[in-house]
Design a protein around this ligand. Sequence first.
Ligand code: AMP
Length: 216
Amino acid sequence: MNIVLFGPPGSGKGTQAARLKERFSLRHVSTGDLLREAVAAQSDLGRKVEGIMASGELVSDDIVLELIKEAAEATKNDAASEGWMLDGFPRTIAQAEGLTALLDAEGDKIDAVVVLEVDRDAVIERLSARRSCPECKAVYSLLVSPPATEGVCDKCRGTLVHREDDRPETIANRLDVYERQTHPILEHLEGRVAIHRIDGTAPVDEVSRAIEAALT
Ligand code: AMP
C-alpha cells in the first residue's frame, strides 16, 4: 500500500507516520527530515536550503523532486516493506504532477491520501510547544507529552531542540504557505485517488485508530 500523509505543519504527520510505518510495514519518506539532515551535514544542498527552511517558505520543486527520486531509487529493492508513505510531500501542484509522472513511469500509484485536519489556532499552540530530537526524530509536546527530563530525548538521550521554523514568527508564514500552495493539491487529487479526512485534534491513539480504520 502506498500512502500520502497530508495536513498542515503540526497536524501530527510525523507522529502518525512512526506508527503507520510499523503497522503497515511501509517505508517512511519525509522530505522535511531529508532536508534537515542535509542542513545538519552542511552539504551543498543543506547550505542552499537552510535559510529558506528557517523562513517557512518552500524549497524549490526541482530540489525536492530530485530528493524523492533518490529516495525511491535507494529503497526500491527494500523487500522488507510493503509500500511507502510520503510525509510532507507533495507540497505544490507541480510536485504532485511530478510524483504522478514518476509513479506512472514505474507502473506504481498512490493508494490513499490521509488528511489530518487541524485548525490554525491548534497548530500554533502545538508547534510553539513542540520539541524535536534531531537524532532519532522523536517529537514531544511540552503540553501533552513532555520528556521525562527537560531537554533530553527519552528514547536516545539526544538533546531536544525547538525547531527554528517552529518559532511563532515563522509558524504563521508556514500556515499561509500551506493554505496557498499545498492545500489546493487536494482539489487536484479529488476523484483520482481515495482521500480520507481525519480529525487530527483527537488524542494520538484515537487518530491512529481512525487512520487504520480508513485504510483497512
Ligand atoms: P516539514 O518538516 O515537513 O514541516 O518541513 C520543514 C521545511 O522543509 C518546510 O517548511 C520547507 O521549507 C521544507 N520542505 C519540506 N518538504 C518540502 C516539500 N515537499 N517542498 C518544499 N519544501 C519542503
